[in-house]
Design a binder for this molecule. Structure first.
Ligand SMILES: *[C@@H]1O[C@H](CO)[C@@H](O)[C@H](O)[C@H]1NC(C)=O
Ligand SMILES: *[C@@H]1O[C@H](CO)[C@@H](O)[C@H](O)[C@H]1NC(C)=O
Ligand SMILES: *[C@@H]1O[C@H](CO)[C@@H](O)[C@H](O)[C@H]1NC(C)=O
Ligand SMILES: *[C@@H]1O[C@H](CO)[C@@H](O)[C@H](O)[C@H]1NC(C)=O
Ligand SMILES: *[C@@H]1O[C@H](CO)[C@@H](O)[C@H](O)[C@H]1NC(C)=O
Length: 465
């Protein structure tokens, strides 16, 4: 009845406004879920590291993507409290990586978004304080300004890649579906965001603490891995580097107590499983992180090395007997301190937990997990998605228009594989079941362009390479 009501509303909206884009299904509706279940049997998630939408997809000229090339430039003051020191604006980038990894702690994100390390949570929750997204350059200078040329530092966080510099991503954007409003679930670092993707909460964690270590496996909440095993579905966690905190299934205590730690296997197995038609229902792929020679795109890892991994995974899936029934989700864990101009919205708290961090100014900040992080690049890649589509905001199951986030993945997988949202954050998020079309495309490219190693590989004057 609820779904019918939403359909009616949609029909009304369609009749009232001028030529809205045609959509066959409404998110969360039974017809959409039936369509999803009938076409998608294998889901493959590749989660890269630490890049914002404005940074990595900032030069994509496709219509509907809000980014520096389409809507910018976007500018930040050098000094938040002294405008007379001037400002610097986003422009196209010409290096493969940067040497000075931006601050992306919870309080680092605070100053980047709100201009203070310790904003009032009450003012944020009431809407009195909204993020201006002006503190990225200031924080990069505070972090590294003693040693590095400040113009160069500003460019590191504000600049973006052109279409020519990221040919693999450009081809994927033009051939598949890109989200314009997909946020990380936490304005903070890697491991807690990865926990959100797989379990709908970080269980109060706001930093990469020792609970995430493989030998500690200190997370006790239900994960997608436990959910699938308990309902006779198959999964594997394909990893590139078995180092601590680089195999996400090993965050979770259940993985060990149930004896399933061996379902995390080296990435080579992904390529052979894809070729032989033996992929599990759910494949979760992890790149290596974070220095030179790694594949995650995390600084100082090269963008071109990350593109090689994406191309290899795509090519393997495209040639696989599974391709006809596969949904490949390419996403990032967090923004890594890179500029993004779209303010992160509020979101339901996953649980009652809070996280306390001592800010660089010596004050303690208590984070209530009541809002999202910045936008990260996320694409749906499948013969079942529209070509060259840009998805705007989605709807939650109450019919409200909301931004997508990492929790949208679990919301949608719950429809595909019959499980309830693990947390209120997942329950309140937009699903994307309706983006699976009713007919299969036959024009999906067999391969992608070659990645482009840059002439100018690094961007910093402090250390020349
Ligand atoms: C910003 O400007 C204020 C006022 O001129 C100054 O006191 C402060 O040191 C500056 N901050 C930085 C990080 O340069
Ligand atoms: C800082 O870098 C900019 C851009 O590369 C350059 O024009 C400027 O001369 C440099 N300034 C100093 C003090 O080295
Ligand atoms: C999973 O499979 C086992 C063994 O065949 C069976 O006993 C159990 O009922 C199944 N569970 C579900 C949720 O289908
Ligand atoms: C996939 O679809 C294509 C064309 O639609 C068909 O030729 C092919 O046999 C299908 N492959 C599988 C494994 O179903
Ligand atoms: C911040 O919290 C820590 C840990 O609870 C405590 O030791 C410290 O004194 C607090 N600092 C301030 C400035 O309140």
């Amino acid at each position: 009845m609820c779904a019918n009501f939403v359909l009616l509303l949609l029909a009304f909206a369609a009749a009232a406004s001028a030529a809205p884009p045609k959509r066959s299904y409404a998110a969360h509706s039974s017809s959409s879920i039936k369509n999803l279940k009938s076409h998608i049997k294998n889901v493959v998630v590749l989660e890269m590291e630490n890049r914002s939408l404005d940074n990595l997809l900032g030069g994509q000229t496709i219509n509907g993507l809000e980014n520096p090339i389409n809507n910018g430039p976007f500018c930040n003051p050098y000094n938040l409290s002294d405008p007379s020191q001037g400002k610097v604006c986003s422009s196209a980038k010409d290096m493969d990586s940067i040497l000075d990894d931006p601050d992306h702690t919870v309080t680092g994100n605070n100053i980047e978004f709100y201009g203070t390390f310790t904003p009032s949570n009450a003012d944020i929750a009431s809407g009195k304080l909204t993020p201006a997204q002006k503190g990225f350059v200031y924080e990069q200078l505070r972090y590294y300004g003693e040693d590095v040329n400040k113009t160069e530092l500003a460019r590191q966080v504000l600049n973006y890649y052109t279409e020519e510099q990221v040919p693999v991503l450009t081809s994927l954007v033009r051939n598949y579906l890109t989200f314009n409003h997909w946020h990380s679930d936490l304005p903070g670092p890697t491991a807690p965001n990865r926990a959100f993707v797989l379990s709908g909460t970080s269980a109060g964690h706001g930093t990469n603490d020792e609970d995430f270590d493989a030998d500690k496996h200190g997370l006790t909440q239900r994960s997608i891995f436990q959910q699938l095993s308990e309902t006779n579905r198959t999964w594997k966690n394909y990893y590139t580097d078995p180092a601590e905190q680089m195999v996400d299934a090993w965050f979770f205590d259940w993985t060990f107590t149930s004896g399933n730690q061996g379902l995390a296997v080296p990435l080579d197995n992904f390529y052979s499983d894809a070729a032989s038609g033996k992929l599990p229902d759910f494949s979760f792929i992890e790149p290596s992180c974070c220095g030179q020679g790694t594949t995650s795109m995390h600084p100082t890892g090269l963008i071109s090395d990350g593109e090689t991994l994406i191309k290899n995974v795509y090519t393997a899936l495209r040639a696989s007997p599974h391709w006809n029934q596969t949904l490949f989700v390419l996403t990032f864990d967090e923004t890594g301190g890179f500029h993004d101009h779209v303010p992160p919205p509020l979101a339901p708290r996953p649980d009652e937990l809070t996280y306390i961090e001592e800010a660089p100014n010596g004050e303690n900040y208590t984070f209530p997990f009541d809002r999202l992080g910045g936008r990260v690049p996320t694409l749906l890649i499948s013969p079942w998605v529209a070509k060259g589509a840009v998805e705007q905001k989605g709807t939650n199951s109450d019919g409200e228009t909301v931004s997508y986030s990492a929790s949208s993945l679990l919301r949608t997988l719950g429809y595909l594989w019959d499980f309830e949202p693990f947390t209120p954050r997942v329950g309140g998020s937009a699903s994307f079941d309706h983006l699976i079309q009713g007919s299969k495309r036959t024009d999906t490219p067999i391969s992608l362009p070659e990645p482009k190693p840059f002439k100018n590989r690094f961007f910093a004057l402090a250390q020349s390479t």
